[in-house]
Write a protein that binds this ligand. Structure first.
Ligand SMILES: Nc1ncnc2c1ncn2[C@@H]1O[C@H](COP(=O)(O)OP(=O)(O)OP(=O)(O)O)[C@@H](O)[C@H]1O
Ligand SMILES: [Mg+2]
Length: 263
């Protein structure tokens, strides 16, 4: 039976492109015939909004069938899966109530592994090639849960001074998590919202290339307004405007990830 690979998208810097990257890598993998489950781990509901209208997302968030309730009850997540409009692509929606998840995890036994346990049956079933989890811009117990449930982690980074600031903290945190999840593999950094005309972008590339411990993925995603138009239409850009630059770049990134992961 095939082994499902779980990848999370994390960076405590807000707005670094985690949700955009998670939704588009997932949608590009699905277009390539891979069966993909997306998990919205953020109270901002951005991953869910990439596939459903605001009205639908708020309805799912207010109901019982979302990640918040499953984690609270420590339930198998199989019953929480919602199909998207696209073949091979399903979603577990989030809830705004995720804002209190840190507090609720606090008293739980083995609290770092609750999401892992809730995903275990889905993983063991081998139905999905990939499970992709979108993390919120924090570094706490919930993100630790997301990392402990993952085989791989991808760190989207915006090529800007403040996008780079704090990355060392992020990697220190990943090393801490590895103490309790030793098999967690850092796939590396992917640069997002790049403006290749700027010297700052070229300098950023050089800085990353010189880093010995951190892998930089070859693919990067340039600034593209098609992404915002796609999000305005509740669609990933790889479906909304297939001919766009970002659709092609996200498809190339998905291919690179699949190649590195070997699935
Ligand atoms: N390549 C791009 N070109 C133009 N805009 C982009 C691009 N990538 C992302 N954006 C925009 O940047 C903003 C932040 O992106 P996104 O929400 O994916 O980041 P995030 O890391 O998930 O944010 P948060 O930390 O709040 O969860 C969004 O408004 C999105 O539309
Ligand atoms: Mg996000």
């Amino acid at each position: 039976m095939k082994k499902t690979v779980t990848i999370c998208f994390t960076n405590n810097k807000g707005g670094s492109g985690k949700s955009t990257t998670c939704s588009n890598v997932g949608a590009a993998m699905a277009r390539k015939g891979k069966k993909v489950l997306l998990v919205d781990g953020d109270m901002q509901l951005n991953l869910s909004l990439s596939f459903f209208s605001e009205e639908e997302v708020l309805k799912m968030a207010a109901g019982e069938k979302n990640l918040y309730h499953a984690i609270g009850k420590q339930q198998d997540l199989t019953d929480y899966i919602v199909p998207t409009a696209y073949d091979n692509l399903d979603l577990i929606p989030s809830s705004t109530q995720m804002s209190s998840i840190e507090y609720e995890l606090f008293t739980k036994w083995q609290r770092e592994f609750i999401l892992k346990k809730c995903l275990q049956k889905i993983k063991d079933s081998g139905v999905y090639d990939y499970i992709l989890i979108d993390a919120p811009p924090t570094l706490g117990g919930w993100v630790m849960n997301i990392l402990c449930a993952s085989d791989k982690v991808l760190v989207p980074v915006e090529a800007s001074p403040w996008g780079m600031f704090g990355l060392a903290n992020m990697f220190d945190f990943l090393n801490e998590v590895k103490e309790i999840a030793p098999d967690l593999d850092v796939l590396g950094i992917v640069i997002t919202k790049a403006d290749t005309r700027k010297n700052y972008f070229k300098q950023t590339l050089e800085v990353f290339h010189d880093m010995k411990d951190i892998q930089l993925l070859e693919s990067y995603i340039r600034v593209d307004s098609s992404i915002e138009w796609a999000q305005d239409s509740s669609a990933p850009v790889v479906e909304f405007k297939k001919s766009s630059r970002s659709a092609k770049e996200y498809t190339a990134l998905a291919e690179e990830v699949m190649e590195r992961v070997g699935r």
